[in-house]
Design a protein around this ligand. Structure first.
Ligand code: ZN
Length: 149
């Protein structure tokens, strides 16, 4: 196996390894590593965050990138409008979404959620739990509509 000194701790490691067995540095065989995936952000800021931040893949520290912005798009997205696998925001759209307004496979919201599983004061989903709930299976104080009575 091709050996190379780890970029971070200088121990000899297999240069094909994804992580150094000694210090956990990502891709230790490379002399330079800026992460993998894709990241783009606007230079314009809104309350200290980029207006738009798009982030996929892992950063230079080997951890998944998190998109943070007024509009955030990524596997993990946090923002005013967040779109991602896991999305947290005022408006959250994702497989797992947590927000004031949420849309997702699992959607949890402070006001309204629409999803396969929706949990919110106003919930619409296959399984909906809320004050106002509508869905195939709806649990709520007021049932908007339901397939199962
Ligand atoms: Zn190392």
């Amino acid at each position: 196996m091709p050996l190379a000194p780890c970029r971070q701790c200088a121990e000899p490691v297999d240069s094909r390894l994804a992580f150094c067995p000694h210090c956990d540095a990502p891709r230790p065989g490379l002399t330079e590593w800026r992460g993998e995936g894709y990241e783009w952000r606007t230079e314009m800021l809104w309350m200290g965050s980029p207006v738009i931040h798009v982030a996929f893949g892992n950063g230079a520290d080997g951890r998944p990138r998190v998109a943070r912005g007024l509009i955030a798009v990524g596997q993990r997205a946090v923002g005013g409008i967040a779109v991602g696998i896991v999305a947290t925001g005022f408006v959250a759209i994702g497989a797992v979404s947590i927000g004031v307004f949420s849309l997702g496979i699992v959607a949890v919201a402070g006001l309204a959620a629409v999803g396969v599983n929706a949990i919110a004061p106003v919930a619409i989903g296959v399984v909906a739990v809320g004050y106002l709930a509508g869905g195939v299976a709806a649990l709520g104080w007021k049932i908007l509509f339901a397939a199962t009575p």
